[in-house]
Write a protein that binds this ligand. Structure first.
Ligand code: ZN
Length: 311
């Protein structure tokens, strides 16, 4: 399996078989079922909540992170960052309540993999039918998988689906890229998609940011209110230790390694300078924190703000 998509496809097939045999089994190189969980916080006047969906587990075998780098060096980097053993990527989503809009950013793996997103949403009192907008950072299966079921039933029937024009063009042309239900999902959302040019404001205080590289139309979403800011930066930097300590190390999932590397370097430098909050779907839940300079690279500082429940 040499391509990044093939690697994802392997995981999805493995995850499906695990789910059939033992839904809660944590195994190497698979998809781990998680319990629903939500953490509420605020960005100025805007109510935000991180929502759990699922979790990936990868062996440190040189096939995903640090391509071409000896696994011992990757393990040393993980240890120095306080992480040991396997590599984990959480798969989460973000709820943003702004004005009269109920916005969900990314949708996790979806029903086929027992994703917890809808149950996490219920913990903060939101029903799928109340969601007005779904903002997609990019069209990989762990971000669009929760948009629709295999039979085409939309998870958020009243929501407009937003993604960048370049991403929608790419997703439409490669609907079977990396999720077993991707063809059905792309067909189901087609009447719901309103593509945008990055930079556009999509809801009060929510603006799209061009972060192309990981995929052709990869976009981030900046949430701003009363001088506070948070950037949902998608898969700009996948792993909270490795991708920050060594942003120059290639990652198997980047569609264009050179462009992704440039975007990662520029974005991390900007975030370390601005000190603004960041949310990642893949960092330890709730995935909210700051990027700081550390050694020759960067480090992740999870913030306590995210664990405080909103009033
Ligand atoms: Zn991802």
């Amino acid at each position: 399996m040499s391509t990044p998509f093939a690697r994802f496809a392997t995981l999805f097939v493995l995850g499906a078989s695990i789910a059939l045999v033992a839904p809660s089994l944590a195994c190497a190189d698979g998809i781990v079922k998680v319990s629903p969980e939500a953490r509420e916080f605020r960005i100025g006047d805007i109510r935000v909540a991180a929502l759990r969906d699922s979790r990936f587990e990868f062996a440190n075998d040189g096939r995903t992170f640090g391509l071409g780098i000896p696994p011992e060096r990757v393990a040393d980097t993980l240890r120095a960052g306080g992480a040991t053993g396997a590599l984990y990527l959480e798969v989460d989503a973000l709820l943003v309540r702004t004005g009269d809009r109920v916005v969900v950013i990314d949708t996790g793996l979806g029903k086929r993999f027992d994703g917890a997103l809808v149950r996490s949403l219920a913990l903060v009192g939101v029903l799928p039918a109340q969601v007005t907008d779904v903002l997609i950072t990019h069209a990989h299966g762990d971000h669009i998988g929760g948009l629709a079921a295999a039979d085409g039933t939309l998870t958020f029937p009243n929501a407009t689906v937003r993604m960048s024009k370049d991403e929608w063009a790419w997703a439409s042309a490669h609907p079977d890229a990396n999720h077993p239900d991707a063809v059905a999902i792309v067909a189901a959302i087609t009447p719901k998609v309103r593509a945008f040019a990055p930079g556009e404001e999509l809801a009060p205080g929510v603006r799209s940011v061009n972060l192309a590289g990981h995929t052709p139309g990869h976009a981030g979403y900046e949430i701003a209110s009363k001088g506070k800011r948070l950037l949902a930066f998608g898969d700009t930097a996948h792993h909270y230790v490795i991708s920050l300590a060594h942003p120059e190390w290639p990652v198997a999932f980047d569609a264009d390694a050179a462009a992704a590397g440039r975007t990662r370097a520029a974005t991390l430098a900007r975030l370390a300078k601005s000190g603004e909050l960041v949310w990642s779907a893949h960092y330890p839940f709730p995935g909210v924190g700051r990027v700081v300079k550390s050694g020759g690279g960067y480090a992740w500082r999870a913030t306590v703000t995210a664990t405080a429940a909103a009033p």
